[in-house]
Design a protein around this ligand. Structure first.
Ligand code: NI
Length: 231
């Protein structure tokens, strides 16, 4: 499902224009952002050596996943900065372990209480080789006019499912752990999953795409099941 990034497309330095250089602290921050935006080239794919820890992932204790209506699930996350990378690296084994054990195909930072703009995705079939992706500061740079309806669920809304309509295919731009820019064309389940995870980074849950009536019904059912101690 991966397609190589198009090396002719360059990341516009949009954020450079909105960072005022007012004091020393901001100055330092701006320079770091600047550095990321001036990364010399687009990486063509995710570096799989970033995920070396996955070989022993079954033994890693899963990070607890927060269940709605936890307020942190409704917060808009902040961009990941270069100085956050070491911390994110430490979080990854527990987060991947939680996602695979659930089992789920995506997990966003707010679902484990982190207000940072990154998410994990792996839509590989259960008996197929893993296809882990880590999307740092992801942005959708184009999407198809063609829409697709797909049933969605969420590890933060256990046992609740509903059909959601979204663009059938997208092009997403994100950073990897090395700070390289990656562009990736996704369609089908992967496109749905990436859009669902990116919604989490803005405090949006899949039920927000449904009618108020349907959303309230699901949230009430979830609350009731949680009270009864069901998963
Ligand atoms: Ni979710």
């Amino acid at each position: 499902m991966r397609q190589p990034a198009d090396p002719t497309i360059w990341c516009p330095p949009a954020r450079m224009q909105v960072l005022p250089l007012q004091d020393a602290t901001q100055n330092l921050h701006s320079n770091l952002i600047l550095h990321w935006h001036l990364a010399p080239a687009l990486a063509t794919s995710q570096d799989m050596s970033e995920f070396d820890f996955l070989s022993g992932i079954d033994a890693v204790p899963p990070t607890p996943i927060l269940i709605a209506p936890q307020p942190v699930l409704r917060e808009v996350t902040r961009d990941v900065r270069p100085e956050d990378i070491a911390f994110i690296r430490e979080q990854l084994p527990g987060m991947f372990s939680a996602m695979y054990k659930a089992p789920g195909i995506g997990l966003a930072a707010p679902q484990v209480g982190l207000g940072m703009r990154f998410a994990l995705v792996d839509v590989a079939e259960e008996d197929a080789p893993r296809e882990p992706m880590l999307l740092i500061n992801p942005e959708i740079i184009s999407d198809s006019d063609q829409l697709a309806a797909r049933e969605e669920g969420c590890l933060s809304l256990p046992n609740q499912y509903a059909e959601v309509v979204r663009p059938e295919s997208i092009r997403v731009r994100y950073r990897n752990l090395a700070g390289e820019t990656i562009e990736h064309d996704a369609s089908g389940l992967l496109a749905t999953c990436i859009q669902h995870e990116m919604d989490h980074l803005d405090g949006i849950l899949f039920v927000d795409h449904l009618s108020t009536l349907k959303r309230n019904m699901i949230m009430r059912r979830l609350a009731k099941e949680q009270k009864l101690g069901r998963r």
